[in-house]
Design a protein around this ligand. Sequence first.
Ligand code: FAD
Length: 391
Amino acid sequence: ELPPINGDFYALSDSLSEEDRALQLKVRKFLEEEVKPIVNDYWLKDKFPHELIAKMAELNICGLTYEGYGCPNRSFLMEGIIASEMGRIDASMATFFGVQSGLAMGSIYICGSEEQKQRWLPKMQKMELIGSFGLTEPEVGSAVAGGLTTTAKRVGDKWVLNGQKKWIGNSTFADVNIIWARDLADNQVKGFVIEKDTPGFVVEKIQGKMALRIVQNGLITLTNCEVKEENRLQKCDSFKDTAKVLQMTRAGVAWMAVGVARGAYESALKYTRERKQFSKPIASFQLIQNHLVEMLSNLTAMQTMVFQLSKLQDEGKLTDEHASLAKVFCSLRTRDVVSKAREVMGGNGILLEHDVARFVADAEAIYSYEGTKEINSLIVGRAITGFSAFV
Ligand code: FAD
């Protein structure tokens, strides 16, 4: 009798309340039964499984930490656990959900007026409206804080937006698109909610991605796109407000990376116990065990880190550098874990059917989005040294 395969080696889930543990298992069941069986097929086809949105909505996990507007008002720890559960099965679905619940709803929750929250959040919580978050531009990625070139000009009770946004997840079909643009009057970044089919707002799907293929990323072109003042996020005066949203979601990306590492470790462990060479399971070889233990060490270090990260977040003590350190460490270590998982699976490790090949590719995108390793490192570097190395 072999021991159970369990990527939660320090039993961190045991510290959850009964209610939280029940939600974790409910989400896991949905992912294992509804997502896992179809995910490689959709990944290969570069398509999004729209039929899963209604089922995901039934879990009532969207906007998990927000208060009011039909949101569950649960802890950041629980939100992290869910991001990790999603990452464990598929990073694309985790990303789709992170954009909806974190980046898009979070922008409205943090930067919107009461009226704006009432207008969009309840429907987004039920996933009747899907959101996107447009910050990055074709020529401006890491330098978004000071460098946005998309402009917004106030004309009477309207704004006229011009520019481009690249990589925008969900934007090919989203109903509600958060677009960040520089106000030509005061040179500060403002947020706008642009609804689907607004004239002057055109989205082209980005083709040929080798990672997160299920997430539909768009190149948005804004050409004299008119947006009413009532669609400008009323509580955003500058990029500092945008950064509040990113701080919250970066913590979630760290958790998602942990989930990907867990999924890869568990798949690799299962495989090595079943695969025989030299008439023995390859898991019985010392060198393979060493790889597995290295993976587990990294996974366990990451898990304990994000648990504490979420505790800080739940206590209202999370800083940009806390979130950035976890994003750097977890996306770096996950890259290592998935590559080892691939290695111990030999040639079969590159086949989609064993899931690990998908994790290897997806880890590359997680490594670079929501702030690259370098940028998040510089955020931590600035905090610990007192010197900014950005420019
Ligand atoms: P660049 O900024 O061009 O960086 C290239 C390299 O230079 C990196 O290694 C970087 O770390 C390094 N570098 C840059 N500046 C410095 C410096 N000062 N010091 C040291 N090194 C530096 N954006 C959105 O707004 N919404 C989304 O929904 C979204 N989804 C995405 C989904 C995917 C799959 C991907 C890949 C990206 C997504 N992005 C999204 C964009 C993402 O946030 C950017 O790709 C990221 O911020 C990096 O920008 P860049 O790709 O332009 O790289």
